[in-house]
Design a protein around this ligand. Structure first.
Ligand code: TGC
Ligand code: FAD
Length: 390
């Protein structure tokens, strides 16, 4: 029985509005009903539950920050963060599905798309009638997307797209892909590629030990004819996909707190119930140290996420602020998961508890949307004025 009621040591709820709390409750109930009872099976069986897409749409998890006029929720960034937190308390892979759809597919179409593109795609993406994916990473260009080789040529009445993307969340099930590719002058643009276009395929990536309930795959473009009206006209250059990443990375900073909360709660309960040497293990100082540090780190991460959320709402958050929050909070969650695993002893490696699943998931989360070290270097560049990437 899930009686989770939040981890809130410093009365951070006091910083939230009634609307924030209402949204959090509705997603928390949804996760309890639609994800938590099944996630262990889905993950163990590497199964992506396609029916969750429509359900996410119904509960408002897709594009909550996009204006209502286009089917989005029209809510602020703290609400968006709380939605990601609650979904990731269920599972990081489920949060991936939602954050890719909202921040990496709906956001670029809303921000850089034409009015026709917005009206054509956004309401269907918001409702879960359509699933999307975001293709930036390539086999030879992960941390350095500016080196991408996927390209398109102007053929007069259409574009001809060639290349391949790798590690793309949602790709095997996606109806559309927002793809970043270079034009003949080497300038990066976003194109909307639809399933069914000749020469476009989405082979699934098998054998992952992480994010097993999320489907991941490639995007392969073999002379795909893309209609000219599918180019996102509003912005070109690497800055366009990097703006989308700002939004998604912000959601991950909140999502990671959810995964950490789930591990902490499980460890706290287990420690109270597990008897060794005639006493609950919670009575031992080393276990108390672990629990105290977990709670402290979760609390610090909550304050960081909340403050960056306020700055997002005010239009003041910069990439560096988001980098600090994503990097710190994911690392924090991974550390909490590892400590919680220790507290559960041998039981910590089984599917009876969520720990090992969160821990393995977080190994992807600390890598995607900019690796742990890339975010460090983004901060290093801000501090010193010197980019250390090259
Ligand atoms: P750099 O020279 O710094 O920038 C290139 C151009 O972009 C501009 N720019 C921005 N514009 C708007 N918003 C931002 N946040 C911007 N950041 C940079 C910049 O001004 C410049 O403009 P211009 O006009 O001068 O050309 O770029 P760089 O090539 O040196 O790269 C910097 C670096 C390494 C930080 C960047 O490439 C990076 O962040 N790499 C990490 C790659 C990454 O995060 N990939 C994620 C793929 S998507 C994903 O993982 C989804 S998983 C989702 C899930 O399942 O949940
Ligand atoms: P690399 O860039 O090869 O990095 C390898 C190592 O080298 C890392 O430790 C990195 O920090 C380090 N490194 C690289 N450059 C430097 C440097 N200059 N200085 C110091 N260290 C450096 N991408 C998408 O476009 N869309 C998606 O939906 C998507 N979903 C994903 C889902 C999963 C499950 C995973 C695992 C990845 C996903 N990605 C997606 C790709 C993800 O963004 C990349 O894996 C990530 O950006 C890192 O790229 P890479 O794996 O090629 O690692």
């Amino acid at each position: 029985q899930d009686t989770f009621d939040g981890v809130d040591f410093l009365d951070i709820d006091n910083l939230l509005t009634d609307e924030h709390k209402l949204i959090r409750t509705s997603i928390r109930d949804f996760v309890k009903r639609e994800i938590s009872p099944y996630i262990e099976d889905w993950s163990q069986n590497a199964y992506f539950p396609t029916e969750i897409v429509k359900k996410f749409g119904d509960v408002g998890a897709f594009g909550p920050q996009i204006p209502e006029q286009y089917g989005g929720g029209g809510v602020d960034y703290i609400s968006y963060g709380l939605i990601m937190q609650e979904i990731e308390r269920g599972d990081s892979g489920m949060r991936s599905t939602a954050s890719v759809q909202g921040s990496l597919v709906m956001y670029p179409i809303y921000k850089f798309g034409s009015e026709e593109q917005r009206n054509k795609y956004l309401p269907k993406l918001a409702s879960g009638e359509m699933l999307g994916c975001f293709g930036l990473t390539e086999p030879d260009h992960g941390s350095n997307p500016s080196g991408m080789v996927t390209n398109f040529k102007d053929m007069g009445d259409h574009f001809l797209l060639n290349g391949a993307k790798m590690w793309i969340s949602n790709s095997p099930q996606a109806d559309i892909a927002v793809v970043w590719a270079k034009d003949e002058s080497g300038r990066i643009h976003g194109l909307i590629v639809e399933r069914g276009m000749e020469g476009f395929s989405t082979p699934e990536t098998h054998g992952k030990w992480s994010l097993r309930a999320s489907c991941t795959g490639e995007l392969v473009f073999d002379n795909v004819k893309v209609p000219k009206e599918n180019l996102l006209p509003g912005k070109s250059g690497l800055g366009a996909p990097l703006m989308c990443l700002d939004s998604a990375r912000f959601g991950i900073a909140w999502g990671a707190i959810g995964a950490a909360m789930d591990c902490y709660e499980s460890a706290r309960k287990y420690a109270a119930e597990r008897i060794q040497f005639g006493k609950p293990i919670a009575s031992f100082q080393l276990i108390q140290k672990k629990l105290s540090e977990m709670l402290t780190e979760i609390t610090k991460a909550q304050l960081l996420a909340w403050k960056v959320g306020k700055m997002m709402n005010e239009g003041k958050a910069k990439t560096v602020h988001i980098s600090m929050a994503k990097r710190n909070n994911v690392d924090m969650a991974l550390h909490v998961a590892r400590e919680a695993r220790q507290i559960h002893g041998g039981m910590g490696i089984t599917g009876e508890y969520p720990i090992m699943r969160h821990m393995m998931n977080l190994e992807s989360v600390i890598t995607y949307e900019g690796t742990h070290d890339i975010h460090l270097l983004i901060l290093g560049q801000e501090i010193t004025g010197i980019p250390a990437f090259v």
